[in-house]
Design a protein around this ligand. Structure first.
Ligand SMILES: C[S@@+](CC[C@H](N)C(=O)[O-])C[C@H]1O[C@@H](n2cnc3c(N)ncnc32)[C@H](O)[C@@H]1O
Ligand code: SF4
Length: 417
C-alpha cells in the first residue's frame, strides 16, 4: 500500500526525497505575509473515549483542563505577539476532543486571540451531542462562536451501538438548536459501517436538515491501525456505490457540495478547517502550515504544558518543504474542496499550474477525473471517488504512521514518510 503513496509522491514531487520531519522547532513562525491565514485550536478532552477515534484526546479532568487552557493562552500570546498590531485572519476553528468541555474558558481564549488577530469569517466549534444544550450553546454564542458542528455519527441506535456511542435524542437537539441559532449548524456522520445501506444514510441526512442543520459532513469510516476499533471495513465496491448514491441524492436535492464529504443547504453555510492555504494551530497535536513549512505540536498534554512553562513553543516535528513538495501538499488539500482554480495556484506560487502539472492534468481529464472550464478544474463523481480512495491510502500510510508514533512519544527524533 505504501508503494502507491511512495510512487505518487516521487512522481508528483519529481524527486525521490521522502517527507522528512525532524524534532527541530523555531521560536519565530513566519506568518506575517501569509494571505488567507486561518487559525485552529485543539482542546484534547473527552468525557469518555470512543474506541474508533484517532484524534489526540485524554479523559476530561477539570484541573488538567484549566492548566491546559492557561498554557494554550500563553501559546497564543507567544505566537500572536511576534508581529506588532493585529493580523487579519479568515476563520478560527476549535476541534478536539470535545472543545465545549472548556466552554466556560472560551471567552478567555477568544480574548487572547482577539489581542493579536482580527477574524473575518467566523468562529467554529465542534460539539459532542451531549453539549447541545441551551446553556452550553448560549455560553458559546455569547463568547462569539458563529458556527457549530455536531458529532452525530448516526441517528440510528444500531450504528451508534456499533460505534459504542449512546443513542441520539434528536428532539432535545432540535429544541436546543431552535432556541440558540447559529449561522452554520453542521452535523457529522460516519458511513461505510457494517451493513449500512443508502436508506440509512438518506434518513440521517433528512433528519439532520429537519432538526436544524444547514450543512452535513459524511465521513467514510477509517480503521486506524493504532486505535483498538474492531469494526470491519466495508468492501470497496459497496463503499463506492454508497458514496455515489449519497452524492447524487444530495446534488439532486439542490445541496451544494463544498468539499469531498460536505454538503450545505444554504449558500452561507460553511464548516471547514481543512481547505486553507496557510494556518496556525495552537494546542496539543495542532498543525501549522506556512509558505514553506509544516509543523505539528506534541500530542502529550503534560509535555505541552511543560514546554509552555519553560517559555518555548510545543512543536514536536517540523518539515521544511521543497517547492514541489509544497505544491503537492497544496493541490492535495485544495482538491479536497473538489475544485482547483489555476489562478489561485499561480498567485500562491508565482508559476502557472499548467507549467508545473500540465501532463498530470491532461491525464486526469482523459481519465474522466476532472473537467476544466476557464482554468477551473472541477472533480467529477468518478474523480471524487478516486480522490477518496487515494486519500484513504494517504491517511493510512502517512497520518496513521505519524499519529501512531506521536501518541507514544512526545518529541520523536524524526519521522520519514
Ligand atoms: C472530534 S470528533 C467530533 C466532536 C465530538 N468529539 C464527537 O465525538 O461528537 C470529529 C469527527 O471525526 C469523525 N471520526 C472520528 N473517528 C473517525 C474514524 N475512525 N473514521 C471516520 N471518521 C471519524 C466523526 O464523525 C467525529 O464526529
Ligand atoms: S469521537 Fe469525539 S468524543 Fe469520541 S473520543 Fe473522539 S473526540 Fe472524543
Amino acid at each position: 500500500m505504501s508503494i502507491i503513496t511512495d510512487l505518487t509522491r516521487m512522481w508528483l514531487t519529481r524527486s525521490p526525497k521522502p517527507f522528512t520531519f525532524t524534532k527541530e522547532y523555531d521560536r519565530f513562525l513566519p506568518y506575517g505575509d501569509c494571505r488567507g491565514l486561518g487559525l485552529y485550536i485543539h482542546i484534547p478532552f473527552c468525557q469518555s473515549i470512543c474506541r474508533f477515534c484517532p484524534y489526540c484526546k485524554v479523559v476530561y479532568r477539570q484541573d488538567l483542563c484549566d492548566r491546559y487552557v492557561d498554557a494554550l493562552i500563553r501559546e497564543i500570546h507567544a505566537v500572536g505577539g511576534q508581529y506588532g498590531g493585529k493580523k487579519t485572519v479568515t476563520s478560527l476553528y476549535f476541534g478536539g476532543g470535545t472543545p465545549a468541555l472548556a466552554a466556560d474558558r472560551m471567552k478567555d481564549i477568544l480574548a487572547a486571540v482577539g489581542e493579536h488577530f482580527l477574524i473575518t469569517e467566523g468562529i467554529g466549534v465542534e460539539l459532542h451531542p451531549d453539549n447541545v444544550t441551551v446553556p452550553t450553546l448560549r455560553t458559546l454564542k455569547d463568547a462569539g462562536v458563529t458556527k457549530i458542528s455536531i458529532g452525530i455519527q448516526s441517528f440510528s441506535g444500531k450504528y451508534q451501538s456499533i460505534l459504542g456511542r449512546d443513542a441520539i435524542d434528536s428532539g432535545a437537539i432540535a429544541r436546543a438548536l431552535a432556541a440558540v441559532p447559529f449561522e452554520t449548524v453542521s452535523m457529522d456522520f460516519i458511513f461505510a459501517l457494517p451493513g449500512q445501506a443508502f436508506a440509512d444514510l438518506r434518513a440521517d441526512i433528512d433528519t439532520a436538515f429537519a432538526i436544524g442543520a444547514n450543512h452535513v459532513a459524511i465521513y467514510p469510516f477509517i480503521d486506524f491501525a493504532f486505535t483498538d476499533s474492531t469494526i470491519p471495513a466495508m468492501p470497496k465496491k459497496e463503499k463506492r456505490a454508497l458514496l455515489d448514491a449519497i452524492t447524487k441524492y444530495c446534488l439532486d436535492r439542490g445541496y451544494e457540495r463544498n468539499s469531498i464529504w460536505t454538503f450545505s443547504r444554504e449558500k452561507q453555510a460553511r464548516y471547514s478547517s481543512m481547505t486553507r492555504d496557510n494556518f496556525l494551530g495552537f494546542g496539543c497535536s495542532a498543525t501549522t502550515l506556512l509558505r514553506d513549512q509544516f509543523k505539528i505540536n506534541t500530542f502529550s498534554v503534560e509535555e505541552y504544558c511543560r514546554r509552555i512553562d519553560e517559555g518555548d513553543l510545543p512543536t514536536a516535528l517540523t518539515i521544511r518543504f521543497t517547492l514541489r513538495q509544497r505544491m503537492v501538499y497544496y493541490l492535495f488539500w485544495t482538491a479536497y474542496s473538489t475544485r482547483v482554480d489555476s489562478r489561485d495556484f499561480a498567485s500562491f506560487f508565482g508559476v502557472p499550474l499548467k507549467k508545473m502539472y500540465g501532463a498530470e492534468l491532461a491525464l486526469a481529464r482523459l481519465l474522466g477525473f476532472v473537467t476544466e472550464t476557464d482554468g477551473v478544474y472541477e472533480m467529477t463523481l468518478r474523480g471524487a471517488f478516486y480522490y477518496h480512495y487515494y486519500e484513504n491510502f494517504y491517511t493510512l500510510a502517512y497520518i496513521d504512521k505519524m499519529w501512531g508514533i506521536l501518541r507514544k512519544e512526545a518529541f520523536p527524533e524524526r519521522i520519514v514518510l
